[in-house]
Ligand binder design. Structure first.
Ligand SMILES: [Zn+2]
Length: 280
């Protein structure tokens, strides 16, 4: 049975699931607003993006976030979370598994403690009921953990699949090739109309077999304009194009918003690109 988030405050029910992939420069941050108005932030971008992201969250949330999910403990995913907790608040925090100490993570822990936010560990198989029929399932982190990879922090990213009606979205964190192989072997359903492309579209992820299993129609890359890593990689963009997915990028298109009633999917970017399609 899925755990239900306790939300005593009044939520605004719309019947629509909304996903905002926020342009945070080089990093990841996605705001999920459930059909009953519950809010979940998946990653919080780097610290340098705190101001812009807080402005976005203030505009699009009513009261504290119900849940914050951290995919892994790198600064480009958690640096902005302490400010979000301090200024907006959160009901619950789900932490990524692999330690990666640093000042940003220490600041986040201090903020969580100061505000009495419940901290839980991400475990594969955990389900969270976001309300209105939207269910989040953690299909990762890999269990047992991947060790000895190029980056064990990335490879053990929390991977989450959110379903609503016929719609599904896969949040792949900074998963890399070993994670994708593990997910494929796990037997979990990875199918999703929308894929938050792993690891900023780097060449270390988005393998052909993984993309085939996900079979996304919309692929969203969160990366910073002119970033020093060369994200997204040309060969990854090529694999995504060959997989048949329409690619959206926060570095060139700003915030990317997806709205669905569980059947029809609407995509819109800050720069005015729009697309409507049916959930498979
Ligand atoms: Zn990252």
């Amino acid at each position: 049975m899925a755990a239900t988030l306790a939300a005593p405050r009044p939520a605004r029910a719309t019947g629509t699931l909304r996903l905002d992939f926020i342009d945070v420069g080089q990093g990841d941050a996605a705001l999920v607003t459930s059909p009953t108005g519950k809010t979940m932030l998946i990653d919080g971008g780097p610290r340098t993006s705190s101001g812009a992201r807080l402005a976005f969250l203030t505009k699009h949330t009513h009261g504290p976030l119900d849940l914050i999910l951290l995919t892994h403990r790198h600064e480009d995913h958690l640096g902005g979370l302490a400010a979000a907790v301090n200024q907006i608040g959160a009901g619950q925090f789900i932490d990524a598994p692999v330690p990666h100490p640093g000042t940003a993570y220490a600041a986040l822990l201090r903020a969580l403690e100061a505000h009495g936010v419940a901290v839980r560990q991400a475990t594969r198989g955990r389900q969270i009921d976001l309300g209105g029929g939207a269910i989040l399932t953690l299909v990762g982190p890999p269990d047992p953990p991947i060790v000895g990879s190029r980056s064990d922090v990335n490879a053990n990213s929390v991977v989450a699949r959110l379903t609503y009606g016929k719609f599904a979205v896969l949040f792949a964190g900074d998963a890399e090739a070993p994670t994708e192989a593990w997910l494929l072997a796990s037997g979990d359903d990875l199918g999703a109309a929308v894929l938050k492309v792993p690891h900023h579209g780097s060449r270390y992820a988005s393998g052909v077999r993984f993309l085939r299993a996900v079979h996304a129609r919309i692929a969203i890359i969160s990366a910073g304009a002119g970033n020093s890593y060369g994200h997204p990689a040309a060969q990854t963009l090529e694999r995504l194009a060959r997989s048949g997915a329409a690619v959206y990028r926060t570095d060139t298109e700003g915030d990317v918003t997806v709205e669905t009633d569980g059947d029809e999917i609407q995509v819109q970017t800050a720069r005015g690109r729009q697309q409507t399609l049916q959930a498979p």
